[in-house]
Design a protein around this ligand. Structure first.
Ligand code: PEP
Length: 251
C-alpha cells in the first residue's frame, strides 16, 4: 500500500541537545497530523540514540541520513547499517545529492549501501534528481531514470516494499526555488513508470514517491495534491517543528 510520508532531513544541523529539543517539539505537535501520514525525522548519526529515546511512544519514526557501503571493520569514521539499526532508527536516507556531489557517492556504492540497509531491516529513502545544467539541457527525465535504474534495478520487487523514492531537483534544494507542482508531477509519474517497467504495475502503484526541494508550509498543499506525489522530504523547513508539522498537515 502506498504510504503518505513527510520526512525531515536535518542534515548537519543542531547540537545533540538542540536535536532532542526539536524532536520533542515534533512529537508534541504530531497528534495534529492525520494518522495516515507517516512522520519521519532524519538526524545526524550522533543524534540517533537520544532522539530515539525522545521519540519513544510517539508516532514519529527515526531515520539516519546515510550509512556505510561496508558491513563492518577497518573503515575509520564510517557508520554501518547495523549500527544505525541498533540505535532504534528504522530508516536511512541514501543517495542524497549532497552525498553524491560532495562525497563521491556513486551508483555502485549506493547499491552496496542499499543492500546493507535492507539486510539490516532499515527502510530506504532513496534520492534522485537532476542539477540545473541537466534540467536546462532537457535531460531531467533521463537523469532520474538512469539514477533510479542504476541502483534500484539491482533489487527485487519484495525489496521495493521497503524503499521510498525521493525526487529532489538539485536546483531546488535549499535555494528557495521550488519545482512547480506540474514539473514535480511529471517526474514522479516518470519514476513510477521506471519502477513499473522492472517490478510491475502493482509495485509501482504501491511505491511512495516524495518530493524534496524548498518544500514549505506555503507550497506543500499544491505539491501534495498531485496524483503521483506521496509526501515530501523536507530540509530547511524540518528544522522548525511548527513548519515541519504544518507541511505534514497539508494533506
Ligand atoms: C533536502 O536537501 O533534502 C531538501 C529537501 O532541502 P530543502 O527543503 O532545504 O530544499
Amino acid at each position: 500500500m502506498r504510504k503518505k510520508i513527510v520526512a525531515g532531513n536535518w542534515k548537519m544541523n543542531t547540537t545533540v541537545a538542540e536535536g532532542i529539543e526539536l524532536a520533542k517539539a515534533v512529537v508534541a505537535k504530531s497528534a495534529d497530523v492525520p494518522c495516515d501520514v507517516t512522520l519521519i525525522v532524519g538526524t545526524p548519526f550522533t543524534h540517533l540514540c537520544p532522539v530515539a529515546e525522545a521519540l519513544k511512544g510517539s508516532k514519529v519514526e527515526l531515520s539516519a541520513e546515510n550509512c556505510a557501503d561496508k558491513e563492518k571493520g577497518a573503515y575509520t569514521g564510517e557508520v554501518s547499517a547495523a549500527m544505525v539499526a541498533s540505535t532504534g532508527a528504522s530508516w536511512t536516507i541514501l543517495g542524497h545529492s549532497e552525498r553524491r556531489q560532495y562525497y563521491g557517492e556513486t551508483d555502485e556504492k549506493l547499491v552496496e549501501k542499499t543492500k546493507l540497509a535492507l539486510a539490516n531491516g532499515l527502510g530506504v529513502i532513496f534520492c534522485v534528481g537532476e542539477n540545473l545544467d541537466e534540467r536546462e539541457a532537457g535531460k531531467h527525465f533521463d537523469v532520474v531514470t538512469d539514477q533510479t535504474k542504476a541502483v534500484l534495478y539491482n533489487f527485487t520487487a519484495e525489496d521495493m516494499a521497503k524503499v521510498v523514492i525521493a525526487y529532489e531537483p538539485v536546483w531546488a534544494i535549499g535555494t528557495g526555488k521550488t519545482a512547480t507542482a506540474e514539473q514535480a508531477e511529471e517526474i514522479h509519474a516518470c519514476i513510477r513508470k521506471v519502477v513499473a517497467d522492472k517490478f510491475g504495475a502493482q509495485v509501482a502503484e504501491d511505491m511512495t514517491i516524495l518530493y524534496g526541494g524548498s518544500c514549505k508550509p506555503s507550497n506543500a498543499k499544491e505539491i501534495f495534491a498531485q496524483p503521483d506525489i506521496d509526501g515530501g522530504l523536507i530540509g530547511g523547513a524540518a528544522l522548525k517543528a511548527e513548519d515541519f508539522i504544518a507541511i505534514a498537515m497539508s494533506y
